[in-house]
Design a protein around this ligand. Structure first.
Ligand code: 5AD
Ligand code: SF4
Length: 449
């Protein structure tokens, strides 16, 4: 039996694709192992979104060369965004690379590996597929109950062409899956013990809108309709999603989030910038005012809602004043988490034609300021939760201290506690918060009478 190992870089979409690839390989008789040293087949699932991610994978590609020198029978391939956009070039320049499988061709893996075992070399598969590409709904779940949470891809690709972003070029045009297929997939996951799903797409708020330009009519949201259908599935207790584009938010979606009890009251809403001038240059068709309105409407319907966001600092021409607008808006919304990225030009995108004129040290300074704001805010925010009781979904024992378990609240806060009863990952329990830091809530288990 041949062993395989998949190393994943980048976003949750890639994690999902790796899981689906692993499931397909297992169905074909291959065996998953935890390290490249034990593997006959090593696959890197690559990311292209920032330059750093590409450099990491290329570094790894060369490290693996020495493995293959020791064990020449090894098969070595790449999948994901870099395989899609640079597969041919990498196959040519990296002698020990055997195959490249693009983002829509995961289901071809067994056939490609078989061909290589039969002596073929340098196989490149980068064709596009339809929305319900084969394998998109295959999950590798063990039946021991440990897998209580699953990612579900509801769409592929992106049509937004934000000026800095390479995703539409590598992941292709937006294609929404058939809702019935998604409902069937989630139902079958629930039957296998999954109670939490994370719906994935580059712009989930545009699900089912056939790539139309924003804004959609206020009462039309196929994504909200999908949430309502998933709400009905027995066994599913929490529904999360990432990421929606603010320009596609409307009344219908806001009300669905507020009114569907299983939809978690935690929204990841990428802001990117708080300056209207920069948003325009980014080709993000909304204003800071529109963003404030969405947040304000959600907060007025759901007082406990939490938000997280993505922000880019140092986009070309970003001034101190632009940056301050971002900073002010972030503090005003009071995000519970923010992913802050230093702008990095990506070849082939529109903004790569602009001069990357904010110096690296300045990007770093702006990054540090936003990180410090977040930490200060979270210290205060988390302190205010001391004394409150939350329902948490248990992940399991913490790695550093097995006496401690951790889990997530509906608002995606991490809570740590010492169990008083026999527990298993995937259980829901009540925890009262007794102290906090900016990173973590520490609690005690509340035994329900
Ligand atoms: N430079 C920096 N950050 C980027 N992102 C996307 N492209 C770039 C880029 N060229 C960030 C955006 C996006 C997140 C996934 O990555 O904030 O939301
Ligand atoms: Fe990239 Fe914009 Fe599409 Fe997100 S919405 S994947 S940032 S182009």
């Amino acid at each position: 039996m041949l062993n395989f190992y998949i190393k994943t870089y980048g976003c949750q979409m890639n994690e999902r694709d790796s899981d689906s690839a692993a499931a397909i390989l297992e169905e074909n008789g291959y065996h998953a192992v935890d390290s490249e040293e034990d593997a006959d087949i090593v696959i890197l699932n690559t990311c292209s979104v920032r330059d750093q991610a590409e450099r990491k994978a290329i570094g790894k590609l060369w490290i693996i060369k020495s493995l293959k020198e020791k064990r020449p029978h090894m098969i070595f391939g790449i999948m994901g965004c870099m395989a899609q956009s640079r597969g041919e070039e990498l196959l040519q320049t990296i002698p020990h690379l055997d195959f490249a499988i693009g983002t829509d061709q995961i289901h071809q893996l067994p056939e490609v590996i078989r061909a290589i075992l039969e002596g073929e070399r340098k196989i490149d598969r980068d064709e596009r597929s339809g929305p319900d590409t084969p394998g998109i709904d295959v999950h590798r779940l063990d039946e021991s109950g440990r897998h209580f949470s699953a990612f579900v891809s509801i769409m592929r690709g992106c049509n937004r062409y934000c000026s800095y972003c390479i995703v539409p070029y590598v992941r292709g045009p937006e294609r929404s899956r058939d809702p019935q297929g998604i409902v069937d997939e989630v139902r079958s996951l629930a039957e296998r013990g999954v109670c939490e799903v994370m719906l994935l797409g580059q712009n989930v708020a545009a699900y089912g809108l056939d790539g139309s330009v924003p804004p959609p009519p206020e009462d039309c949201s196929p994504f909200a309709d999908l949430l309502a259908r998933l709400q009905e599935i027995e066994g599913i207790r929490r529904i999360r999603f990432t990421s929606p584009h603010p320009a596609f938010f409307n009344r219908r979606l806001i009300h669905a989030i507020a009114e569907l009890p299983k939809v978690c009251k935690n929204v990841h809403l990428p802001l990117q910038s708080g300056s209207d001038r920069i948003l325009k240059l980014m080709n993000r068709p909304y204003t800071a005012e529109k963003y404030r309105d969405i947040v304000g409407n959600l907060k007025s319907l759901i007082p406990d809602i939490t938000f997280s966001t993505d922000v880019i600092v140092g986009f070309p021409t970003e001034t101190e004043e632009d940056f301050q607008m971002t900073r002010d808006l972030m503090n005003e919304v009071g995000f519970d988490n923010s992913y802050i990225f230093k702008y990095s030009p990506r070849k082939g995108t529109v903004s790569a034609r602009m001069e990357d004129d904010v110096p690296q040290e300045e990007k770093e300074r702006r990054n540090q300021i936003l990180l410090k704001d977040l930490e200060d805010r979270l210290a205060v925010r988390n302190e205010s939760l001391v004394g409150k009781t939350f329902e948490i979904l248990l992940d399991g024992p913490s790695k550093r201290n097995p006496n401690r378990w951790s889990g997530r609240t509906d608002g995606f806060k991490l809570a740590v506690f010492e169990p008083k009863t026999a527990l298993k990952p995937g259980d829901f329990i009540q925890v009262r918060i007794i102290r906090s830091t900016s990173m973590t809530l520490y609690g005690e288990q509340v035994i329900e009478a």
